[in-house]
Design a protein around this ligand. Structure first.
Ligand code: ZN
Length: 482
């Protein structure tokens, strides 16, 4: 009798736990660090570990903790027809599981529309969201809701977005929802006082109805951090810049940073009892790497790491959440290299007492030095170009570079000659960067393998995979019996 009631009791427990498990959420957060090959991830990790003034507790970035505590895979990112990819094809491949061609969004290699894991999640009743610090119709977010043969078909992509209507959409890119006629006819008059970047709006949508559809879409539309923090809506469209965000190093003005957007997105989406899918893109790592700007790249990675810190803590307290961190491709082929010393440099270094021999192997202090840079190469280039022609002298170039990179380089070290007429400011920035031991192979994307980290809910992930398998892993996780 006792035995029988015990069995009944355990059966009850077993059934009850099944019932409770069914009510639990199942969430996937996919974090894409755009353009972040392993060496750019390592720049952040080395800064945290080796910089004498590293602000990191235990000298360990959250990215490193996630690698250490999660599951690590190596990822191929070739497309159906190429060895190197762009963000559009990469996003399409990990969002939909289909191989495609570069610059294509949400279509397979034969240009047929294919659905993403965001659509899978939505069909299952989960909340969905995409957010980025570039613009919301940019290739990476668009891969989750759009279908276009070319990533620059913003009119099509805006229509796709307003049809799919993910619950959360945040980033820059108001330009892509506005037509020239909208602006000329005064359709924006009521909105403009709420838009802090109103003077920068340059219409890029070909369809006059898109803007009206945006207003009718049922979203709470917000244009700055303050209004974002205030809204309690379940459907939020945050358009925080006319185009992409400025770089973190240059200041975000009224826009919320990546961590603030992510926090709001997670808080809003997690109200759904069935769970959610969220794609977070740290998109400007790619832009910084395209300009071969190490300090700006590091700053973007530091922001990405803050977001990862928030996400790791959230996942640790919400066990049915799978956090995936990966990149779409590497940009720049970055690294530090050692460099040969001139006779004079060798003597100076020997006097300082820490370098022997013919080479400078780059001291850890260099990592701190990077954080002394005051503005991005992009802004410095703009600043130099804005000078009257007569003032665009080698001396002025040297002054701007030394002041903003906290260096004391000679004209010769910057590859400049006194009274030189035609020279490239950009090349001098490159020379300045090389004095710190930074090297970049290219201003474009490379075919470097990528890493993916799977953290939180356990999943079967092969040690080496193609990026299309990421979509499969997400679908399998969402489709598993709860
Ligand atoms: Zn890129």
């Amino acid at each position: 009798m006792v035995k029988k009631s015990l069995i009944t009791f355990f059966c009850f427990l077993f059934l009850a736990s099944g019932v409770f498990a069914k009510t639990e959420q199942k969430n996937v957060i996919l974090f894409i660090a755009d353009g972040t090959g392993p060496t750019i991830m390592h720049l952040l990790m080395q800064y945290a570990k080796l910089a004498p003034n590293s602000p990191f507790k235990d000298r360990t970035s959250t990215l490193e903790k996630l690698i250490n505590e999660g599951k690590l895979s190596l990822v191929y990112n070739d497309t159906a027809f190429s060895v190197v990819t762009d963000s559009a094809a990469a996003a399409t491949q990990f969002a939909t599981g289909h191989r495609t061609f570069p610059e294509a969004v949400g279509v397979d290699k034969d240009s047929n529309a294919v659905n993403s894991v965001l659509i899978t999640a939505k069909e299952q009743g989960r909340a969905t969201g995409v957010l980025t610090d570039t613009y919301v119709l940019d290739a990476t977010p668009a891969g989750f809701f759009g279908h276009a043969k070319n990533r620059r078909e913003y009119t099509i992509l805006s229509k796709n977005l307003l049809e799919v209507k993910p619950d959360i959409v945040m980033g820059g890119g108001f330009n892509h929802f506005v037509s020239k006629n909208n602006l000329a006819s005064g359709a924006l008059t009521n909105i403009l006082p709420k838009v802090p970047y109103a003077s920068e709006i340059t219409p890029k949508n070909q369809d006059d109805k898109t803007f009206e559809n945006l207003l009718k879409s049922g979203y709470a539309i917000v244009f700055d951090e303050k209004s974002l923090n205030k809204t309690k809506a379940n459907k939020i469209m945050g358009l925080f810049a006319a185009e992409g965000y400025p770089f973190n190093i240059d200041g975000l003005k009224n826009a919320p940073d990546l961590t603030t957007m992510t926090k709001k997105a997670v808080e809003t989406l997690s109200k759904n009892k069935k769970g959610f899918f969220l794609m977070v893109e740290a998109g400007e790592v790619d832009w910084a790497a395209h300009t071969n700007d190490g300090a700006t790249t590091l700053r973007e990675m530091l922001e990405a790491d803050q977001t990862l810190t928030y996400l790791k803590n959230w996942v640790d307290t919400h066990p049915n959440t799978l956090l995936i961190i990966t990149a779409d491709h590497d940009t720049g082929g970055f690294g530090f290299n050692y460099k040969k010393l001139t006779k004079e440099e060798k003597e100076n270094k020997m006097d300082e007492g820490y370098v022997q021999g013919k080479y400078d192997y780059i001291a850890p202090e260099t990592l701190d030095k990077l954080l002394e840079q005051k503005a991005s190469f992009y802004i410095l280039g703009q600043k130099f170009k804005a000078l009257p022609k007569a003032k665009q002298t080698p001396q002025k170039a040297r002054e701007i570079i030394n002041e903003n990179l906290a260096l004391n380089l000679t004209l010769d070290q910057l590859g400049l000659e006194e009274n030189q007429k035609d020279f490239s400011f950009e090349k001098s920035l490159k020379k300045a960067s090389e004095t710190l031991g930074l090297v970049w192979n290219t201003k474009q994307h490379t075919s470097s393998p990528l890493i993916a980290i799977f953290y939180g809910a356990p999943v079967k992930a092969p040690n080496i995979m193609h990026n299309t398998q990421i979509a499969q892993i997400i679908r399998e996780y969402f489709n598993e019996e709860q």
